[in-house]
Design a protein around this ligand. Structure first.
Ligand SMILES: C[S@@+](CC[C@H](N)C(=O)[O-])C[C@H]1O[C@@H](n2cnc3c(N)ncnc32)[C@H](O)[C@@H]1O
Length: 309
């Protein structure tokens, strides 16, 4: 009897992994990223589970224990401080590149008095961001590709971008566009998932397998290393300062396990959306666990980028 149960469980697990491997969301073009985020937004799962911020939380260094949603808000304030955004006077214009459903933009507008334009490649996110933002708030949202920004050179006092880079196939063009629309002397605040630089060790066969999953499961064409993306910024014809970086892997690391625990703490958030959402939530778990492993072992790093003031 037990043998049969074990066999059944093993076979189900094997099938689940096969489905996970086969039904990935491999990057094909900007439209594959847009449709992945449209689905993630329309099924409401991410928002009900993790709130209106689609990024990791900041837990301090060494990390302290606190609520995942609060840690996401803390992340925004920490990046404001680190990048120097807080020194901008109220009314300054900020571009939030890859704005998700506008969680960061609303904080920048409400708590720092900034005028924020958020852009995302996903029409569903822009619709949701606009719906979540009350009238009279100085933030607005548009569908736009970060590789083809429809703004004049130097039209923003600050450029903000959180966890967008991994979806971008051409990192140099991305760096050029971000710095092109930033005015000379403006503030840059970027945070991204980066891979270990090749200079710090080639990937093992197992790491390569993990890396393929991290790319293919969540519509990522490629990760840059912190060193590489800093070079992209420095090489840009619009770069007008010294680019500084830091590694926030440790203060953001509890986010991975927290993102799974949130589903256990708030079962109704998932179950209330029906059986499809439950399957969808379970489907993300292996990728989250691989991300957690990759950040823990140094295969991945959480890079932040600013211009020295
Ligand atoms: C991980 S989410 C981060 C969202 C948001 N920055 C936040 O912190 O809540 C990545 C975001 O990048 C956007 N994105 C990806 N590729 C893009 C592109 N080429 N142009 C504009 N936005 C893009 C996605 O639509 C999504 O909003």
């Amino acid at each position: 009897m037990w043998l049969f149960v074990l066999f059944f469980l093993g076979a189900s697990l094997f099938l689940a992994v096969l489905v996970w491997l086969k039904n990935n969301r491999r990057y094909r073009s900007g439209s594959s990223v847009a449709s992945a985020y449209d689905k993630w937004t329309e099924d409401q799962l991410l928002e009900r589970l993790w709130g209106d911020h689609v990024h990791l939380g900041y837990y301090g260094n060494p990390p302290r224990n606190f609520d995942f949603r609060q840690a996401k808000v803390a992340f925004v304030h920490e990046l404001v401080k680190w990048s120097g955004l807080e020194r901008l006077p109220p009314g300054s214009r900020v571009l939030d590149v890859g704005c998700g459903v506008g969680g960061s933009a609303r904080i920048l507008a409400k708590e720092y008095g900034l005028e924020v334009v958020g852009i995302s490649i996903s029409p569903a996110q822009v619709k949701r961001a606009s719906a979540l933002t009350s009238e009279g708030t100085s933030s607005r949202f548009e569908v736009m590709d970060a590789l083809d920004l429809k703004f004049e050179n130097g039209s923003f006092d600050a450029v903000w971008g959180v966890e967008v880079g991994p979806h971008i196939p051409d990192k140099q063009l991305f760096a050029n566009e971000l710095l092109r629309v930033l005015r000379p002397g403006g503030v840059l605040a970027l945070a991204d998932w980066n891979r270990r630089d090749a200079q710090d060790g080639e990937m093992t066969i197992f790491e390569r397998f993990v890396m393929t999953q991290l790319l293919d499961q969540w519509a990522h064409p490629e990760f840059a290393s912190i060193w590489e993306f800093r070079q992209n910024l420095l090489r840009s014809p619009f770069c007008q300062g010294v680019i500084e970086t830091d590694d926030w892997t440790v203060p953001t690391s509890p986010s991975w396990i927290e993102s799974i625990l949130e589903g256990i703490r708030r079962p109704r958030a998932v179950l209330g959306l029906g059986p499809k959402a439950f399957v969808q939530a379970i489907r993300e778990v292996p990728t989250i666990l691989l991300m957690m492993w990759a950040f823990k072992t140094g295969l991945m790093q959480f890079g932040v980028f600013r211009i020295k003031s």
